[in-house]
Design a protein around this ligand. Sequence first.
Ligand code: SF4
Ligand code: SF4
Length: 427
Amino acid sequence: MNLEKLIPYEAEIKKCFRCSLCKMAPLAVYRDVRFSNNCPINNYYQFHAWSGSGQQFMALALAQGRIEADQKLADIVFSCRSCGYCDVACKYIMDAERHLVNMALKETLAEGGFAPEEHKAACANIREHGSPFGSPAEPWENGLGIKQASRQKAKVLLWAGCSARHDPRAARTTRQFARILQKAKVDFAILGEGESCCGLPAYWSGFGDLFTQSAHKAGTAMERSGAKTVVCVCGACLGAMRSKFPAYGVRVDAEILHATEYLERLIKKGRLKLEAPEPMRVTYHDPCYLGRQAEPYIHWKGVEKTAFGQMTYTDPPKKMRYGTEGVFDAPRAVLNSIPGLDFAEMYRIREYALCCGAGGGMAEAHRPMAQKSAASRIEEARDVGAQCLVTACPHCRNHLEQTARDNGLDIQVADIVDLTARAAGIQ
Ligand code: SF4
Ligand code: SF4
């Protein structure tokens, strides 16, 4: 097995002293024992291997040749959501790169042929059809009279994300967002059939080469559109573009915003008026790839050095990313602009948010575990009295909604775009 991606991380991995903070909310934000566990896989399996630290130790044992890769090991590694919580939690106590080790481990195993069949199938679909879905693509934009970027230039490019062509709920949300832009008289275009997957499912699955190809393709299409601003409706696409594209060498000069950031601008400039009241209590779930995982990439070139045989440091000093620079404020500002909405925060929020369980592209393959995470999130929402759990990513919305339905949990789940459209009088 080729271990060249893991070996450079040996010193990094050895910084882990198994304190287990990566499984829990740090004390600074801890409010209630029921909502203190923050690693979805550890919550479910309750064994150290299924945790951020467990990933580090499996990576180290592989890198040092003490164990061989096998399917059991791969099953544990790929059950991880790559939600990035352990990375942020570990940085609460030390400067360490847990997420990079996690991804190097997944890439090593995927190259060795150990990726789960569901991941291989999604990646084959991206290669052949430009999206991870096996279903036929349906246009979401019919009848809206939107400019096609291939024929007409516009200042703004609306990036729908591939869910919009394969999932009717996501299609409706994207249509609502387009109608908001039309109401605010924004000059925008779409790529239509020319839009392909941002590649994030390949990233999650450890297929780094496919992710790089997909990111290049998406980045080139965005640049060719000539738009100065790209607005993503999907939170996962935003995280891929802002954080992972540059990490894999794909540069896009256009400003890249999430729908909530663009909505906040429209509201502040008075171009979007929210007047239809929504009298209910809501809370907000931070999607991992819109939140901590969307923190912009920071390039660093240098060497890691060792002092006194054990201590490691970087030369020049590496600027760490703590997950705090993701898209956290804009969704809250939009919700607080909707008249009648009573907004209440949950306990595990912002960079310390609990993954809904759908991350890592494995909601289907590890359904009971994924649903346990979503059910915990719904319980937390109900604990703060929310009638509606709002989020800003089609994957989180679908998974939370499905979990509520399957378990008879009494709560509405909504995308922030749909709520905003209603408040703007768009039905
Ligand atoms: S990864 Fe970090 S937080 Fe987790 S056990 Fe190791 S040192 Fe502690
Ligand atoms: S990335 Fe998320 S699911 Fe994976 S080990 Fe870390 S906290 Fe757990």
